[in-house]
Design a protein around this ligand. Structure first.
Ligand code: BF8
Length: 630
């Protein structure tokens, strides 16, 4: 292809400079990526985009015409556009909530096995947090060993997935009373994690819930069981097992791969795998083995949220976010991509087949044709981790140096801003932050979260919105792929204060922190919930009263739908960069963008232009400040 045309294509697809270099290489080598497949799918189904296609029973598939007087207005069962759209949305959301929560359950199970001495290589690292959580659950700690406490805590949490307790502790003890009141009034207090998800799956069956309002209320309840349940347990117990994050410095983009080392990319979500690989990669016998194969050592790089987990706790560099996954392989420098689950393109084995890269799947839940499956179990975790790394090392001599291209400039960043670190930096109380907000130095705070989506130029939505907000003296906290986008753009550095408004800049400079704070992986959006809850409690208000908002400028995932819904259900105004598939029902759209505010205090807006999104968010923050009298 003509060099100029290739450059133009690349410029349209991403703002990540390192990704541009490799995307160019991929195009020249004929390697297909998600951007090509999106193009091949054009035009995408209009009915599907509007959410009015129903494919859940064998009388269908049915579709409702979006145009009045044109085509059927009911499916074979009689479902209207409202019913179909609401059911489809709940279906998406329950899948997202299940993904987060199943991940959470696995971590709690590892805690249980570790407490019982049945796991290999894991330990309880944050004993203080373990004790704090145990007290929250009413579990005694005095005179008891960490294992005894951990066993009781793990069992109490595992019960919250089922139907025995019918209450989720964090959803009881953590939100401000005023926020919980709104849930009680609306009848959406989550009862248990699995119960809400299973009930959601029941409700979307033909002939069950046909009332769109009722369906959407359950969607909010299901999302709360994720945010204040499954995801929060994932975060807290990951901290107990692997340590609560503290500020770390590291590097990001495809330039973190090393020419002379065995490169292993860790891709997926659960730190149970990635943290063990990190541990095993430090084993002197493996480092020696890598040298015996002609490599200078073993280089680990994170991808997607499992990358965030090992960055936050160990400072392991990040190769990039979701749309970087195929490009990492296209560098020609990756010996192994180790995956667990979620956000992993099934195409990566196809990409890998064009190079020497081996894809190693590890979860019995997530096998990919073409991958080598080496199943990971807590009981044998360390041994399996070593075996996987050995396989990567054995692959090093197969690398073809003529096909290797590694971008030269990784970007420095700072991460590790857990709830505890932020509170600690403020001197143990949120009062200084509240004072800064009251004085107007900081106008408010926004959580930018979520994914990449090839429908939006990679990282453009995230980075533009973050820059706009900090310029307007609005503090930004981030997780997931959004945080990585900011990392690549240099926003996760204290020096980025230069891009912030005067007030915000003065506050973050005095604390030595960046104006955009990396709070972790997507399940760590629960850290944002706790932060908001505690600030609201200190101010004696509901979360919905705070000058705060959420945004997901480039979301793609069903998990992001669940996150957006639990933000809204917790009282947070949330702006999406892409419309969810609901526009085929004006009633559902109106309820989610207007009516729901009167019920839970939060609502959705959709704005693809990140500058306009910043305008909307700023106006919302000003409105909330005024209502608070500041
Ligand atoms: O769980 S931000 S693309 S990696 S879904 Fe996935 Fe989205 Fe990235 Fe993290 Ni979250």
């Amino acid at each position: 292809m003509d060099v100029k045309i290739v450059k133009e294509i690349v410029e349209m697809r991403t703002i990540d400079e390192a990704a541009k270099e490799i995307l160019e290489k991929a195009i020249n080598e004929g390697i297909e990526t998600a951007w090509d497949r999106l193009e091949a799918q054009q035009p995408q189904c209009g009915f599907g985009q509007l959410g009015v296609c129903c494919n859940r029973c064998a009388m269908g598939p049915c579709r409702i015409s979006p145009f009045e007087d044109e085509g059927p207005t009911r499916g074979v069962c009689g479902a209207t556009a409202d019913t179909i759209v609401a059911r489809n949305l709940l279906d998406d959301l329950l899948v997202g909530a299940a993904a987060h929560s199943d991940h959470g359950r696995e971590i709690v199970e590892v805690l249980l096995k570790t407490a019982e001495g049945k796991s290999q290589g894991y330990e309880i690292l944050d004993v203080e947090k373990l004790k704090r959580l145990a007290s929250e659950y009413g579990i005694g700690t005095d005179g008891r060993s960490r294992e005894e406490i951990a066993k009781d805590l793990a069992l109490a949490m595992l019960e919250e997935f089922g139907t025995v307790k019918n209450r989720i502790q964090f959803a009881e003890s953590r939100p401000p009373e005023k926020t919980r009141e709104t849930w009680k009034k609306a009848g959406i207090v989550p009862r248990s994690v699995d119960r809400e998800i299973v009930e959601a799956a029941h409700r979307v069956h033909m002939g069950v819930d046909a009332d769109y309002v009722n369906i959407l209320l359950h969607a909010l309840r299901t999302s709360l069981s994720d945010g204040w349940g499954g995801s929060m347990m994932a975060t807290e117990i990951s901290d107990v097992l692997f340590g609560t994050p503290k500020p770390v410095e590291s590097y990001i983009n495809l330039g973190v791969l090393k020419k002379d080392m065995v490169n292993i990319v860790l891709h997926g979500h659960n730190p149970v795998l990635s943290m063990m690989i990190v541990k095993a990669a430090g084993d002197p016998s493996l480092v020696e083995y890598a040298r015996s194969k002609g490599a200078a050592g073993i280089n680990l790089a994170g991808m997607c949220c499992t990358g965030n987990e090992i960055l936050m706790r160990q400072g392991i560099p990040l190769a990039g976010n979701m749309l970087n996954q195929e490009l990492a392989i296209a560098t020609g420098a990756v010996e192994a991509m180790i995956i667990d689950y979620q956000c992993i393109f099934p195409s990566i084995t196809f990409t890998a087949s064009c190079y020497h890269t081996k894809v190693i799947s590890t979860s019995e839940k997530a096998k990919i044709p073409g991958a080598i499956h080496m199943e990971f179990h807590p009981e044998t975790a360390y041994d399996t981790a070593k075996e996987i790394i050995k396989l990567a090392i054995d692959n090093f001599p197969n690398r073809n140096p003529d096909r290797v291209k590694i971008p030269s400039k990784p970007v420095k960043m700072m991460a590790g801003f857990s709830y505890e670190v932020i509170k600690g930096a403020l001197g143990g109380s949120f009062k200084p932050l509240i004072d800064a907000i009251a004085s107007g130095k900081i106008k408010g705070a926004v959580g930018i979260v979520g994914c990449n989506n090839p429908k939006i130029k990679q990282d453009y939505g995230h980075v533009t919105l973050a820059k706009e907000l900090i310029k307007r003296n609005i503090l930004v906290v981030e997780t997931g792929c959004a945080a990585m986008a900011s990392g690549k753009a240099g926003l996760l550095l204290p020096e980025a204060a230069d891009m912030a408004g005067e007030g915000l800049a003065s506050v973050v400079r005095s604390l030595g922190i960046p104006p955009v704070l990396h709070m972790g992986s997507c399940v760590d959006c629960s850290r944002i919930l706790v932060l908001l809850a505690d600030i609201a409690k200190e101010m004696g208000v509901a979360i919905s009263d705070l000058p705060a908002a959420g945004a997901a400028p480039e979301w793609y995932s069903q998990k992001a739908i669940s996150i957006g819904a639990y933000f809204v259900a917790s009282g947070v105004f949330t702006v999406l960069g892409l419309p969810p598939k609901i526009m085929g029902s004006p009633n559902v759209t109106k309820l989610l963008t207007e009516g729901v505010e009167g019920v839970v205090g939060g609502k959705f807006a959709v704005e693809p232009d990140p500058v306009k999104a910043a305008d909307i968010i700023e106006a919302h923050i000003e409105k909330k400040r005024k209502a608070l009298g500041i």
